[in-house]
Design a protein. Sequence first.
Length: 453
Amino acid sequence: MERVSIEADPAVLRGLDNWRDLPASQQPEWRSAEELRAVTDELAVSPPLVFAGEADQLREHLAKASRGEAFLLQGGDCAETFAESTADNIRNKIRTILQMAVVLTYGASLPIIKMGRMAGQYAKPRSNTMELRDGVELPAYRGDAVNGHAFTPESRVPDPNRLLSAYHRSATTLNLIRAFTGGGFADLRRVHEWNRGFTSNPAYKRYEQLAAEIDRAVRFMAAAGADFDALRTVDFYSSHEALLLDYERAMTRIDSRTGHPYNTSAHFLWIGERTRELEGAHVDLLSRVHNPIGVKLGPATTPETALALQERLNPEGTPGRLTFITRMGAERIRDVLPSLLSAVAAEGSPVTWVCDPMHGNTFSSPSGYKTRRFDTVLDEVRGFFEAHQAAGTVPGGLHVELTGDDVTEVLGGGEEIDEGALSRRYETLVDPRLNHQQSLEMAFAVSEMLRGS
Ligand code: PEP
Ligand code: CO
């Protein structure tokens, strides 16, 4: 059922189902069409998780990031899980992002737009449809919104009822995010105190000077009478990969103020590297919603593809509407990114460029863990800044997979996690995440790069 407002244009409404006739990759084979319909009918009349006005506000912020007047920090799990959507876990992630944001604010001398890969990041594209273990083959795990991670036939069957659980988990997560970031947890002085704990650790000695500068800046603000009460709350936006079309369609509503469709499952949605076919279902559905959206661009992206995506997803050239999230790999970024930057700049339509230094740098350790090296990740960020500087374009943000806990999934960093240590706390169900300390270390390192840029 559609919440049709007076202004809703029937052609616009019909367009929202156009994707159903297009090729759609990475969709689960749900166990029952009837169950799926019952679930999407229920979702379609369930309250929105976010509001059109919030998405519009985020679009304005991202427009600023495209012009170098703000910088985006987007972070969170590769895949959120139902089991880990606990208060402690969510709080630790928010805290990590807020801590990083303070350090980046100083380095960039710009407002940082804070966004979680949170409150809806429950579905994963997979390279292989099936998983083979000890001669047994079962459907791959596709995220908690689709099936269970346990390697049993029952658990791996795609169950539409999981979409409802994903919706409810997203709602409770967002509720906590709103409470934390609106209720004093984000107080600048408090976040600064947490960072003091980090930089007093000898492993991070090289950031002592930067930390001391930030400390002086905060004390200066206090002495000059800055209104810290106004800095007790922050805007914090939600985002996830718009992968499961049945879910994303059910959460798409007509805004009664404007008559425009908005995806109300998150403020920002992105299309993944594996589902961004120009004539495919994902691009079609997202082309029709008014949220700010992103597209992942891997190392095989040609300038023609980037321009065609722009034309398709932002034909009017609305600032802040379209973000390109590049994930080239540290080895490729300096070769591949420059031609994309110059083609897009020559065309002239605004894009917010964001660096995902994670997904192009994944490999399997000899012991079989999917991992990444901290130094390689940082090197891709460096390559991103270098390419923008050379092209005269604007680096608009950073997209990272992180957790607020002390997991051991990414190699290196000041704590020097080595291959032997991976097994200690390897908890991710899909991609390896920076742990709490590595996330802060990355913020300090990127802050130095931003200052130098
Ligand atoms: C991800 O962001 O977890 C992901 C799967 O990324 P990509 O589409 O860039 O591979
Ligand atoms: Co990932």
